[in-house]
Write a protein that binds this ligand. Structure first.
Ligand code: CDP
Ligand code: MG
Length: 540
C-alpha cells in the first residue's frame, strides 16, 4: 500500500517511532472529502445511561511545563499571584504546579468573586474544574467556621466526582477550616453517613442519585444542605437533560434561593440556556470562551469518520489499533461503545487478539473500575474500552486517540467523548466508526471539521484472525450485547420508526458477532422495549 496523499494520520507532536514494516501500509486511512460545513443540528433523544463509577482516582501532579502541549492557547497571560486570591489558596495552587490561569479561569474568576450566577462554556480540558472550585473556596474561606455544607458540586458520574474532590483537596491544602467529602452511588451509604457525621465537611461533591439517598435517609442532612452558599452543576447540560433533571429539581428545592449558582460545560445547547433559570437568577452572566465562528472541538485534534458495514467493524478496529500502537509507543486509546454490554463484548474480542485492553463500564465490579481507572491514568501503551462512564469530565492525561464505535446518542456526547483527547492544548485524534445506516448522525455535527476517511481494507488473513477471536467469545456476552443493541437502537428516533428495518439491522449486528441466528430475548424484556410481537424477533 502507498502512503496517504495529502494527509498523515499521525498527530504533529513528536513521537517515539517504532520502525515500520513496509507491508503495514499507511498508519491511518486516506481522507477523501472535506465535509461541508453547515449549521443544522439534528437532535436525538438522549439515551440515559445511568452508569456511574466509584473510582478514587489520584490526579497526577501537573505542572504547566508538563501540561505544555503544542499550543499554550488554553492558558492566559495572567498569573494566579496577580489575582485577588488568598495566600492560602495561592500556596495550594503553587504546590499543584499552576502558575497561569487558563482562559476560562481568567474570564470567570472576577465575575464569580463578585457573587454573580454564571453559566460558563469552555472547551474540554481547559481548566473548568479550578475555574469553579477556586472562587468558591475563596468565598467559603470568608465565612464563619461551619458544620453546614456551604459548597455543593453536582456532577453526572462517580469517577468525575472523585476527580473533582482530588482537585479540591489540592486547593484546600492550606485551608485548615475547610474540608471536602464525596458522596456517590455504588459505595456503602452507612459508611458515607458515618464519615459525614464524624467530620462534617463544608464542601460536598456528589452525584444526584446518592445525594437524594442522603436527603431521604440521613438524619440532619437536609438541614446541613440548607447551608449551601454556592451550588455548582458541572457538566450542567447533562445534569439538566431529561435523565437527571427531576433529581436536580428536587435537590435544588432543598437549597436556599439566596445561593450563588455556577453552571459549567463544554456544550451549552439552546435548551439549556432556556431552562437555566431553573437553577440560576435571571441576571446570570453567560461567559462563553468559545469564540463566535470557532468550533466546539479543538482544532489540534484530527477528527475523522469512516463508514463500513457492521461485519467489518471488529477487523477495522483491530487494524486501526495495531497501526496506532506501531506509530506511537506511548499510545493511549479510549474506545467508546454504545452500551455497557457492547463495551464488554468489544473488550473481550480485542483481548482475544492480544491487544493491551482494559474495560470500564457499569457491569464490572467497583474495585475493578477503580483499578482500571487508576492504571489508565498513570500508564501508556493501553487501550481502554469504555461505555459513557468515561464520556464526560474525566481528565486522563495524554490520550492519543479516541475511537467512537456506532451511533453517538447526540452531538454533545460526540464532543465530550472526543474531548478525552487533545486536553490542555495537546494534540490528539478522533475516529468515528459508523455503519452505513448510521451516517445520518453526521448531520448533527456538520459544523465540525470531521473528515471522511476510507476505512482500511483489512487483508483476508487478518479478517480470519479476527473472526476466530470473535468465535472464541462467550455466547452469553453475545446474547447480552444483542439485547443491549436492540434496546439502544430502539430508543433512537431515527432508527426505531421502522421496526422491520430495526429487526434486519439487529440481525446484521448478530451476524457481525458470528451468529447465524439472532439470540432469543425474554418476553418480558421485549415487552418493555415495545417490541413484543414484532416479526423477526425471537422470544424466550
Ligand atoms: O473541566 P475541563 O474539561 O475544562 O478541564 P479539567 O478537567 O479541569 O482539566 C484541566 C487540566 O488543566 C487539569 O489537568 C489541570 O491540572 C490543568 N490546569 C488547570 O486546570 N489550571 C491551570 N491554570 C493550569 C493547568
Ligand atoms: Mg470538567
Amino acid at each position: 500500500m502507498s502512503g496517504s496523499p495529502g494527509y498523515s494520520g499521525a498527530p504533529r507532536r513528536q513521537r517515539r517511532r517504532r520502525p515500520r514494516d513496509a507491508e503495514e501500509g499507511p498508519a491511518f486511512p486516506r481522507v477523501v472529502t472535506n465535509r461541508a460545513r453547515g449549521a443544522r443540528e439534528v437532535r436525538q433523544e438522549t439515551v440515559v445511561q445511568a452508569e456511574a463509577m466509584d473510582v478514587d482516582v489520584d490526579v497526577e501532579k501537573t505542572t504547566e511545563a508538563a501540561a505544555g502541549g503544542v499550543d499554550g492557547s488554553y492558558l492566559s497571560d495572567t498569573r494566579f499571584d496577580q489575582c485577588n486570591v488568598s495566600p492560602l489558596s495561592l500556596k495550594g495552587i503553587h504546590d499543584a504546579g499552576y502558575e497561569r490561569l487558563t482562559r476560562v479561569q481568567e474570564a470567570t474568576l472576577p465575575v464569580i468573586l463578585q457573587g454573580k450566577d454564571v453559566l460558563a462554556k469552555a472547551k474540554t480540558g481547559t481548566g473548568k474544574t479550578v475555574a469553579f472550585l477556586l472562587p468558591a473556596i475563596e468565598l467559603l474561606s470568608k465565612l464563619p467556621r461551619s458544620t453546614s455544607i456551604n459548597l455543593l458540586v453536582m456532577l453526572p458520574t462517580r469517577e468525575l466526582a472523585n476527580q473533582v474532590a482530588v482537585e479540591a483537596r489540592k486547593l484546600l491544602k492550606y485551608h485548615s477550616t475547610l474540608d471536602v467529602q464525596v458522596v456517590i452511588g455504588g459505595t456503602r451509604l452507612p459508611q458515607e453517613q458515618r464519615s459525614m457525621k464524624s467530620s462534617p465537611c463544608q464542601i460536598l461533591v456528589a452525584t444526584p442519585g446518592r445525594l437524594i439517598d442522603h436527603l431521604d435517609n440521613t438524619p440532619g442532612f437536609a438541614t446541613r444542605i440548607k447551608g449551601v452558599k454556592v451550588l455548582v452543576l458541572d457538566e450542567a447540560d447533562r445534569l439538566l437533560d431529561m435523565g437527571f433533571r427531576r433529581d436536580i429539581e428536587k435537590i435544588i428545592s432543598f437549597i436556599p434561593k439566596g445561593r450563588q449558582t455556577l453552571l459549567f460545560s463544554a456544550t451549552v445547547p439552546a435548551e439549556v440556556r432556556q431552562i437555566s433559570n431553573l437553577a440560576m437568577q435571571k441576571d446570570y452572566k453567560f461567559i462563553n470562551t468559545v469564540q463566535e465562528g470557532d468550533e466546539e472541538t479543538h482544532s489540534q485534534v484530527n477528527q475523522m469518520y469512516m463508514v463500513a458495514s457492521l461485519d467489518m467493524h471488529f477487523s477495522i478496529l483491530y487494524d486501526l489499533l495495531k497501526k496506532h500502537a506501531a506509530e506511537d509507543v506511548e499510545y493511549k486509546v479510549i474506545i467508546f461503545c454504545t452500551t455497557a454490554k457492547f463495551t464488554k463484548l468489544v473488550a473481550e474480542v480485542l483481548s482475544q487478539l492480544k491487544l493491551n485492553i482494559r474495560q470500564i463500564h457499569s457491569r464490572i465490579s467497583q474495585s475493578a473500575r477503580t483499578k482500571v481507572s487508576d492504571e489508565f491514568r498513570k500508564s501508556k501503551g493501553l487501550i481502554l474500552v469504555s461505555s459513557d462512564v468515561s464520556a464526560r469530565g474525566v481528565d486522563y492525561p495524554d490520550v492519543s486517540l479516541v475511537i467512537q464505535v456506532g451511533l453517538p446518542s447526540d452531538r454533545q456526547q460526540y464532543i465530550h467523548r472526543l474531548g478525552r483527547t487533545g486536553r490542555k492544548g495537546k494534540e490528539g485524534q478522533g475516529i468515528l466508526l459508523l455503519a452505513p445506516w448510521e451516517k445520518h448522525f453526521l448531520n448533527s455535527v456538520n459544523d465540525l471539521s470531521i473528515l471522511e476517511a476510507v476505512a482500511p481494507s483489512v487483508n483476508p488473513s487478518i479478517q480470519a484472525e479476527v473472526k476466530g477471536a470473535v468465535r472464541k467469545v462467550d455466547m452469553s456476552s453475545k446474547e447480552s450485547a444483542y439485547q443491549a443493541w436492540l434496546g439502544y437502537y430502539n430508543s433512537n428516533k431515527t432508527v426505531n420508526r421502522d421496526k422491520p428495518r430495526l429487526v434486519k439491522l439487529a440481525e446484521e449486528f448478530s451476524q457481525s458477532m458470528g451468529l447465524e441466528v439472532p439470540p432469543a430475548i425474554p418476553k418480558l424484556i421485549l415487552r418493555k422495549m415495545g417490541l413484543l410481537n414484532v416479526a423477526g424477533l425471537r422470544s424466550s
